[in-house]
Write a protein that binds this ligand. Sequence first.
Ligand code: CP
Ligand code: NVA
Length: 308
Amino acid sequence: MNHFLDIDKTDPAALRSIIDQAAAMKSARAGRPKGTPDDDQPLAGRMVALIFEKPSTRTRVSFDVGVRQMGGQTLVLSGGEMQLGHGETIADTARVMSRYVDLIMIRTFEEDTLLEMAEHATVPVINGLTNRTHPCQIMADVMTFEEHRGPIAGRKVTWCGDGNNVFASFAHAAGQFGFDLTFSGPETLDPERGFIDAARAKGVTVDIDRNPERAVTGADLVVTDTWISMHDSQTAKERRHNQLRPYQVNAELMKHAKPDALFMHCLPAHRGEEATNEVMDGPNSVVFDEAENRLHAQKAIMRYCLGV
Ligand code: CP
Ligand code: NVA
């Protein structure tokens, strides 16, 4: 049984085979209607619980559709409606859910909730986003980069904006897939130092550059995300916007990256804030491929977790 809790907690060979399997499964069903089952039905007879303590469009729909394409069934549960939100411990919830379902995906606030769920569940647990990381997203992003540009190893990725949960999983991926990473954002919104140190310890270059134009110079991929994450307080909105405005990804900034540099955003985007329409809808934007690849990457992650 394998949990999928974070990219740095998953063996690099397993990560590589997840990406390769995702690409193979994607091409095997190219052009088919979305509701058509895959030729292989590795999740036949399996029940998957999808637990959301925060809103979601992509994660919710892509997991649900992915399970069904592979022959399994889903239960989509909102944390607030479960006893989990009303005093039952996470450990007991994990033990109970394990008697009913074969796999649990959870999107939650504190990382400790995810870890406690994984510790006490007797079925695999997948991280569908916490305040700290978002590994399924970055597996889809690595798949998307490689689909368009070939191996990501040795490439330069520049992150502009908030040093948040999505950046953290990019830092994990840098270490595991072997690409260089530059963070460009205000010092007050720096990522946790540990993410950077851990990636560096794996031999990749991780830089912090407060000058966004210099930071994107030579980049093969420019990435940003919302300036206010779901766990951030709205009261700090104006201050965060003021601090992050210089890091907006616009056409002028993209001119400093390589001419064929891709642009990514995990979505949902706040158009005109962290990225302009010109970039979001521009020729180098692959934001909707990323969204699609959540489906394929997560199907391969579920197969890895269940060993099927
Ligand atoms: N990118 C992402 O996880 O989107 P949702 O919040 O819609 O699931
Ligand atoms: N950083 C964002 C990602 C949303 C998919 C958040 O946590 O709200």
